[in-house]
Design a protein around this ligand. Structure first.
Ligand code: C5P
Length: 223
């Protein structure tokens, strides 16, 4: 059996950083499932398909988004992501893609369309998968599931620091409000809501640095 470590948790909790570091140390593959939802958001925008919550409630529109997700022309190369042959690495990380992802990820047809793509990421020697439903829906049999959290204020501050360091202007209060809206949407949606798997280990990293979080997981992995 191919080993899988799941890292789930709310937005900006540091899942991506932790998952990437674990994958690199263990020599495992990495599945950034959020990137898939961001890609759907971006692809919709490029196709001129609306991603407003009102439009997404229309069954015909939800079907359309599901087809878009199923036919996503995406390619991953080291450090880069390509959508229809175009380098979208930067656009993918920007706030609008994140907000669009948060809306389209509530559409059941979109989630269903991305299941196979995610399961196919399981390759030897192993996989570190980060997202919202890795442990609950996509890899329920995974031997190690981490539910990573930090306070909303901590998460907003981290994201603020990250953006400013990249020279991207950001307002802390706006980031906090966005983040809370995203948490609410992730936790309250009917399909695959964000919640810890029953057998998940909770890790609050509010007071931990990255190395301490990495060690926390590795200690549980090596036994
Ligand atoms: O993790 P990231 O911020 O890149 O994810 C973008 C959005 O995609 C999240 O706000 C969440 O709503 C959605 N998502 C999801 N299920 C996942 C990963 C991400 O619904 N497994």
């Amino acid at each position: 059996r191919i080993p899988v470590i799941c890292i789930d948790g709310p937005t900006a909790s540091g899942k991506g950083t932790l998952a990437a570091e674990l994958a690199s140390r263990l020599g495992y593959h990495l599945l950034d499932s959020g990137a898939l939802y961001r890609l759907v958001g971006l692809a919709a925008e490029r196709e001129g398909l609306s991603t407003t919550e009102a439009d997404l409630r229309e069954p015909a529109h939800a079907e359309r988004l599901g087809r878009l997700a199923a036919g996503l022309d995406v390619r991953f190369t080291p450090g880069k992501t390509w959508l229809e042959g175009e380098d979208v690495t930067e656009a993918l990380r920007a706030e609008p893609a994140g907000m669009a992802a948060s809306r389209v990820s509530a559409v059941p047809q979109v989630r269903a369309a991305l299941v196979d793509l995610q399961l196919q990421m399981r390759h030897l020697p192993g996989l570190v998968a980060d997202g919202r439903d890795m442990g609950t829906v996509i890899f329920p049999g995974a031997p190690l599931k981490i539910y990573l959290t930090a306070s909303a204020e901590q998460r907003a501050q981290r994201r603020h620091k990250q953006l400013i360091s990249k020279g991207i202007p950001a307002i802390l209060d706006d980031l906090l409000a966005d983040l809370k809206a995203r948490d609410a949407r992730d936790m309250n949606r009917a399909h695959a809501p964000l919640k810890p798997a029953e057998d998940a280990v909770l890790l609050d990293n509010s007071e931990l640095d990255i190395e301490q979080s990495v060690q926390f997981v590795l200690n549980r992995w090596h036994g």
